[in-house]
Write a protein that binds this ligand. Structure first.
Ligand code: NAP
Length: 275
């Protein structure tokens, strides 16, 4: 990569930031397309977020991804927030257009693209999401426009009900359950909790009751124990790597106006996650 005075800067704000896979993925894509862009990780302490956002303008940065813990707090410092990000209540991508900072959220669309490339349609399916945080909200926003039904389950019922109420304004197919005894009736089950990130985490539900006609998705970007056990039961499985890939690809497109080389980005992610 040749960085010159003309190179366009993009990057990511997070705290911590050292584990992010986005710089490797985005820089490989810039290099492969010959675009004079680079992508830099910025360790931004929560107390410094406002100043860091101001620096996007003053340092002529074209675009920034936002990761934990800044996705919600950053919204107040932006000039405009697009509809999906407003609904989700979180921004993961900022575009600097003539000094106007516009906030987007590409997570939900990224999730739908990852299903699509796996040949999975959500139309006419009964879908269960486990978890009621930001990722559930992002995926749910699109799922409730297309699925036959969308059911939510989570350990904090008040959060589940709040999310269900918000999603019903988008698509009138949303309900909640307070236990997971009837997993069999869902064609697609999505784990949107962090359960599975650590190797000794319990499963989000008993995988023994799964049948081979079911699709199990985990938003965690590696093949979790849940996915391994679901696969052994004959289920189709989808991990969160595709969502990570596509949310980044959509950000790339917002910054450059061009579609990135998806396979270059995917291969970087696969190498980094040891597939
Ligand atoms: P979040 O906003 O913190 O929400 C987490 C949800 O999981 C909440 O509903 C939380 O319940 C629940 N939860 C947390 N720990 C739990 C436990 N031990 N048992 C049962 N439920 C638990 O997080 P998020 O941003 O939605 O992220 C959720 C997962 O999605 C993470 O694993 C993250 O890595 C993944 N993710 C992947 C991508 C991707 O690109 N692939 C993008 C975003 C997120 P409470 O509300 O009760 O705490």
């Amino acid at each position: 990569m040749n960085i010159s005075g003309k190179t366009t800067i993009t990057g990511i704000f997070g705290y911590p930031i050292e584990h992010t896979l986005s710089p490797a993925m985005q820089n490989a894509a810039f290099e492969a397309t010959g675009l004079d862009y680079c992508y830099v990780p910025f360790l931004v302490h929560p107390d410094g977020l406002e100043n860091a956002v101001k620096a996007i303008r003053s340092m002529n940065i074209k675009g920034i991804n936002i990761t934990v813990p800044h996705k919600e707090k950053v919204m107040q410092f932006l000039d405009e927030i697009r509809e999906e990000a407003l609904f989700i209540g979180a921004v993961n991508t900022i575009v600097n257009t003539d000094d106007r900072l516009i906030g987007f959220n590409t997570d939900g669309r990224g999730f739908m693209k990852s299903l699509n490339e796996s040949g999975i349609s959500v139309k006419d399916k009964d879908i269960l999401i486990i978890g009621a945080g930001g990722a559930a909200r992002a995926a749910g926003y699109y799922l409730c426009m297309e699925a036959r039904s969308l059911t939510l389950y989570g350990r904090t019922q008040s959060k589940v009900e709040r999310l269900a109420g918000d999603l019903r304004k988008v698509g009138d197919v949303v309900s909640t359950i307070d236990n997971l005894s009837d997993i069999k009736r869902f064609r697609m089950i999505i784990n949107a909790t962090p359960l599975g990130l650590k190797h000794d985490d319990p499963l989000p539900f008993d995988a023994n009751i799964l049948g081979k006609e079911q699709i199990v998705c985990d938003l965690i970007y590696k093949n979790t124990r849940l996915l391994k056990e679901a696969s052994e039961k004959g289920c189709s499985i989808v991990n969160g790597l595709g969502m990570l890939l596509w949310q980044g690809a959509l950000a790339f497109e917002l910054w450059t106006g061009k579609m990135p080389p998806i396979n270059v980005m995917r291969s970087v992610l696969e190498k980094s996650t040891h597939y």
